[in-house]
Ligand binder design. Structure first.
Ligand SMILES: Cc1cc2nc3c(=O)[nH]c(=O)nc-3n(C[C@H](O)[C@H](O)[C@H](O)COP(=O)(O)OP(=O)(O)OC[C@H]3O[C@@H](n4cnc5c(N)ncnc54)[C@H](O)[C@@H]3O)c2cc1C
Length: 415
């Protein structure tokens, strides 16, 4: 049972965003930048955002050479370019919005390790550079083989190295922290520990149900629009969309004295990636060694992939050196039939920006901007009633918590 004050002030919003990762936070910021009067809340199930946005490698990347080449085999050229543009635009928004210092953004070099069997692919370097030139306004890739020895990699395995001139690195913790600060400064409410159980489309809005840990019942919030930004965890709320989870394994070493390289590194079409961070090596990937096992939303460690990462770390990256592992973790990405995110209307009042693949740090800010535009375009300002939720907090939809829960909540998207 709630008080008059609680019901007046806490249960209705113009827009509720579900998920407090980079996509959800960016959507909220873009909405508020475009319409400052909007009354917006973000519901995040974790005490801190509990998705991929704080479990990634912090590469600010557009795609490695062999990955783009692989994409060109499976996608049309214009689609490959569109994807690259999305990443570029996302990174531009992110850096402009937060400032490089606040996300610890650096360009210490981005390299791809080329193994013996991949050497023939280098014949396509010029072709790929020519294709990307108009978009990037510069040459994307060049060879830098002399650095293989300088960096101390195993020269028996690493036969060539490609430098990418358009990638950088950032600190994912600082990035999410800066986004949250911005969200709060803009007057957006962020409610952590609020796992949404279901969303119900109503005639002119939505109701959103959250389990109340205090009294074990469900609490309903209402909004004119809901934006679902739950990425890999979307199936529970919006079943039937084309989205498969994909787990990624990561480890980080203790500080390595005299580490001979900085920057970010990829190999095997982007399936493996490592970087220097504060004198340590962060190394992740290997999902392609067990696609079936890693198609899960369970953020558990996969022992065999972790062992494989450690093996490659010791043999390929730091041959002849003994290093200790400080920490291991896993995070969940979302993939689909193609590499594009799903940014679209799900039903009249429910919208989504999900399926960020392994590039959500690059794409997330642009995805949020696109989702905000879609929401704002969904009817005139008057017909949306936006901006009125503060004034008539309980007038629409009917105050959800003042009614018994047995009333028909409309189509239930969790069924
Ligand atoms: C190991 C690893 C390495 C990666 N490396 C990179 C990289 O270097 N560069 C890059 O660009 N990308 C990288 N990615 C991908 C990138 O991290 C993701 O694409 C991006 O973080 C997705 O952001 P998001 O906001 O869409 O999803 P998420 O960050 O997953 O956010 C979704 C949020 O929704 C919340 N949520 C879920 N269900 C509910 C619910 N029912 N109610 C309320 N809240 C809910 C979750 O707790 C979560 O906080 C990596 C990912 C992983 C796992």
């Amino acid at each position: 049972m709630f008080s008059y004050w609680e019901e007046q002030s806490f249960f209705h919003y113009d827009v509720v965003i579900i998920g407090g990762g980079i996509a959800g936070l960016s959507t909220a910021i873009s909405l508020k930048e475009k319409e400052p009067d909007l009354h917006i809340a973000i519901f995040e199930r974790g005490i801190i955002p509990a998705g991929a946005s704080l479990r990634n490698a912090g590469f600010a990347c557009i795609g490695s050479f062999t990955e783009i080449l692989d994409d060109l085999e499976h996608m049309q050229e214009d689609k490959v370019l569109q994807l690259l543009q999305l990443r570029r635009e996302g990174l531009t928004i992110l850096r402009k919005r937060l400032g490089d210092r606040n996300i610890d953004y650096h360009e210490n070099g981005s390299y791809e390790l080329i193994m013996d069997n991949e050497i023939p692919l280098l014949d396509h370097l010029d072709k790929v550079n020519r294709l990307l030139y108009p978009l990037l306004q510069g040459t994307a890739f060049s060879l830098c083989n002399e650095r293989i020895r300088e960096f101390g990699f195993d020269e028996n395995k690493v036969k060539s190295m490609v430098l990418n001139h358009f990638e950088g690195e950032l600190h994912s913790g600082m990035m999410i922290s800066a986004l949250i600060e911005k969200v709060i400064r803009l007057g957006i409410e962020i409610k952590t520990g609020c796992g949404v159980e279901s969303i119900h489309e109503q005639k002119n809005g939505v109701t959103i149900n959250i389990k109340d840990p205090e009294n074990k019942s469900s609490v309903s919030f209402s909004a004119y629009r809901a934006a679902v930004c739950t990425n890999a965890f979307t199936e529970k709320l919006l079943p039937g969309i084309d989205l498969q989870p994909g787990r990624g394994q990561v480890l980080i070493t203790d500080i390595i004295p005299d580490l001979s390289f900085k920057g970010i590194f990829h190999f095997d079409k982007g399936y493996y990636y490592f970087r220097e961070i504060n004198g340590r090596i962060l190394f992740g990937g290997g999902r392609n060694a067990d696609f079936a096992g890693e198609t899960t939303t369970d953020a558990a460690l996969n022992e065999s992939i972790q062992q494989m990462l450690e093996g490659k770390l010791n043999s390929l990256i730091l041959p002849g050196r003994k290093v200790t592992i400080a920490q291991r973790w896993a995070g969940i990405m979302a993939f689909g039939i193609d590499k594009f995110p799903l940014i679209k209307k799900y039903s009249d009042n429910i919208f989504m920006a999900v399926r960020m693949g392994g590039m959500g740090i690059a794409i997330g800010s642009r995805a949020g901007e696109m989702l905000a535009d879609l929401i704002l375009e969904s009817g005139s300002r008057q017909s949306r009633n936006f901006g009125s939720s503060r004034r008539q907090a309980v007038s629409y939809p009917e105050t959800p918590n003042s009614k018994p829960e047995t009333r028909n909540p409309g189509p239930n998207h969790t069924q």
